[in-house]
Ligand binder design. Structure first.
Ligand code: SF4
Length: 370
């Protein structure tokens, strides 16, 4: 089975096919004014950098990275809250690995752990439940971050904790939903985006419908694309073709995984645990309805209510331009700290921490010596 999957994956990395698609993109773009498309997903950012796809595109077709890295869009205020829960409230903070090294206003979770705070890396929300059971009665806080892809698992965690009466577990709610952020990006006059390469993982949950307003209201072509080189190039080709034909529509170039209706069961799980709330995105600011807060059913599991901690004034590193990088207004290499003061082993901003961060991808695959 894995051999079959590998053969299929190899097909989507076929160099000849990729070059053929690049040539078709060049022909479709010929004579058109310059175009800027945003790849919204962090996995796209990684694929584009890893396979050198920008180098295959004509000069008039530019791909810019968007707010698709969940760790990167999580603001300092959330990190500060997590650090305070571990360092001041004495809770065990359970989180995915990338979050540990992201600098907060004062320090990272990693630095807090070095000073004695309890921080545990987990690979799934349900591991946090096991941790809570094994550490009871000590309080365990799970950091609920990420997009529609991870929110259903946090909802499942909450349901299980409630069913089993796990009273020492709570969640610091920080999940975000992508369409509201894409609305903010489409409406930003300075970004001049001509379309979106839509996030495929998110689409497997929400389906195609939530992107329709981007085409209808803003006239932005949208194409859902997968993560192999051929997938990405096919997505770009479909975008350029829409521009050439003067139309804007939502197309699915990843039908082998993304279904038009998404995953209704996962959406039901989310709807049973969360309500839309305003959420602060690094780089985009506060966006109404773009976050997921715990609903009344799960309010007792809300770490923000359970613990009272004082928080510092949110303060990003003064030279870090992650916000601009994530809204497609700046290339990573245009940050004056890139590759000098800021490197993966000593990151000054989240975009250099996460493996899906645009700065980390540019550093790793952009030919910069480690
Ligand atoms: Fe921030 Fe470092 Fe990226 Fe500059 S290179 S934007 S400091 S993460």
């Amino acid at each position: 089975m894995s051999g079959t999957l590998n053969r299929i994956a190899a097909g989507f990395r076929d160099g000849g096919l990729a070059r053929d698609l690049a040539a078709r993109i060049a022909r479709a773009a010929d004579g058109l004014p310059p175009m800027r498309f945003m790849e919204v997903c962090g996995s796209h950012t990684m694929a584009v950098a890893r396979y050198g796809l920008r180098g295959l595109l004509p000069e008039t077709v530019r791909l810019v990275s968007g707010p698709g890295c969940p760790v990167c869009v999580t603001p300092e205020s959330y990190l500060d809250h997590a650090v305070a829960l571990a360092a001041d409230a004495g809770a065990t903070v359970a989180t995915f690995g990338d979050m540990v090294r992201v600098p907060g206003s004062v320090r990272s979770l990693e630095a807090a752990a070095a000073e004695g705070a309890r921080v545990r890396v987990v690979f799934s929300p349900l591991e946090a439940l096991e941790l809570a059971r094994s550490e009871a009665p000590r309080q365990v806080v799970f950091l609920g971050i990420g997009f529609e892809t991870t929110a259903p698992s946090t909802a499942a965690l909450l349901a299980e904790a409630r069913r089993d009466g796990v009273a020492n577990l709570s969640v610091l709610a920080g999940h975000k939903t992508m369409p509201a952020a894409m609305r903010a990006l489409a409406a930003a006059p300075d970004l001049n985006l001509d379309g979106f390469l839509c996030p495929a993982h998110v689409t497997t949950i929400i389906g195609l419908e939530p992107y329709r307003f981007l085409a209808g209201e803003f006239g932005k072509p949208c194409v859902v694309a997968g993560f192999e080189p051929v997938d990405v190039l096919l997505g770009v080709l479909r975008l350029v073709e829409q521009v050439r034909e003067g139309r804007a529509a939502v197309e699915n170039a990843y039908p082998r995984v993304a279904r038009p209706g998404g995953n209704p069961r996962a959406r039901r799980l989310m709807a049973g645990a969360f309500v839309p709330v305003e959420s602060v995105w690094r780089g985009l600011g506060a966006i109404p309805g773009s976050g997921l807060g715990l609903n009344d059913t799960y309010s007792e599991f809300d770490a923000a209510s359970r613990f009272s901690v004082s928080l510092p004034e949110p303060r990003p590193h003064p030279g870090c331009r992650c916000g601009d990088v994530m809204r497609g207004a700046l290339e990573p290499a245009e940050c004056r700290l890139f590759g000098a003061a800021c490197r993966p082993e000593r990151p000054l901003g989240p975009c250099m921490v996460s493996h899906e961060g645009a700065c980390a991808a540019a550093y790793r695959y952009g030919g910069i010596a480690a």
